[in-house]
Design a protein around this ligand. Sequence first.
Ligand code: HEM
Length: 512
Amino acid sequence: MTSVIANQAASLNKFEKLKVEKDGLEVRQELEHFAQVGWEIMDEIDRDHRLKWLGIFFRPVTPGKFMMRLRLPAGLLTAQQMRVLAEIVQRYGEDGNADITTRQNLQLRGIRIEDVPDIFRRLKAVEMTSIQSGMDNVRNITTSPIAGLDADEMMDVRQLARQVQDMITSGGEGNPEFSNLPRKFNIAIEGGRDNSIHAEINDIAFVPAFKDQQFGFNVLVGGFFSAKRCEAAIPMNVWVAPEAVVALCRAILEVYRDHGLRANRQKSRLMWLIDEWGLEKFRAEVEQRIGIPLATAADKDEMDWDKRDHIGVFPQKQAGLSYVGLHIPVGRLFADDMFELARLAEVYGDGEMRLTVEQNLVIANVPDSRLEALLQEPILEKFSIAPTPLMRSLVSCTGSQFCNFALIETKNRALALIRELESEVELTRPVRIHWTGCPNSCGQPQVADIGLMGTKVRKEGQTAEGVDLFMGGKVGKDAHLGTCAQKGIPCDDLKPVLKNLLIEQFGAHSKS
Ligand code: HEM
């Protein structure tokens, strides 16, 4: 395999070359050295690229202050883990904070390379890892955030998500078998009825389906976003029992690793290979890898509910327990918030928390007798269980405050604009607004009712920050992607545009 890649790479792009010259995982051995010499002296390719294999991201916007992306399969987090992360942000992250991401994950900011060896020791002590969370690796495995709590779920898929992660990362140690994919890769597993995972935007999505009365999953493949092309995942015409999920992931990853297109990074995601081969050939290759006949898809899947956002108080399937979904505005947390959330989870629940793809947080296993006291806690004024309709569904990527790809500032602007809009219009239902700072679409504008994608515009002869407007994304049952409806709106002119849209298309009333 390596020689095939090496031959291809000789004439290929800089990322293929840097992967062949030295696998990203190899920088593990050099961490102590990097910590000693510091970020200015380090080899630039190691610093800017290979460290991402360990989940450490050099941020050109804040040189010397790295971002660390964890892996939290199924968005699961204990109070103890949250406290360790809060300590890291507080102790090592100068002006640090953490962001909940749209893959149920956390990114920590302000990390110095000098501190990384110690941070890794601390993470390991609480069974956490950031391995293979960036570049051409499989990203955080997502599931319903209420897996195991949901009375209506068909399967608690938490263990499956963990097993898939362990296979890909060798139990968190790092796995060179899957550290050189042609491109990033997303896997999601749904055991409930409401498509909490956005199945349609993953490279592999397992969606619940019964075949011959047996529970299992229909498999969707090839969903992805990129600057030039966005595609919803398509049915692979495969049904698998839960026991075969890990093996199927392995087989698909091996096929993608060995045959995926590597010449042009704009055309390397799994769907491009499926396009080139056709679905029949792709399916046949995967079947050959897995070594057993694959069943054809069940006639229908069981994702037949609209998507829930899990904000509020809901009874669990375990009698006498509830989960409490807190709204975390644009997913941003500071160390004090993290300590406080850990305390709440421990005092009122059993310490367990979940993160959602809408960048919010669920406290699990709260006995009914403790609910009222939890709801009186002052931090619930900041992290509400009943946010206003626009705030409720607001999602934003990192934006130019920390990300060099972003063409505009997003998180702070998104919050300010929502507050202004909510002071001017009355909404009768939530409207999902997603912001993303550049065409890479990390903030997923295509899944929103109203998506805003950062761009540069000309205004009064000057270059200014602006957005392209996306409309029509539908999530949950019959999900489909929204498309660009209007280009190049200067951010300064955005408020009246959104106000009109909300009134004309989403039933809002002007307050004035
Ligand atoms: C060339 C394409 C892309 C580039 C260069 C890129 C770059 C980045 C960067 C730099 C970050 C971290 C920013 C920070 O917080 O400091 C990020 C985060 C993220 N991006 Fe992208 N991105 C790309 C495409 C995408 C696409 C297509 C998606 C899918 C919607 C996506 C989803 C995410 C998510 C979910 C995160 C948060 C981390 C996580 O949970 O994995 N990105 N991206």
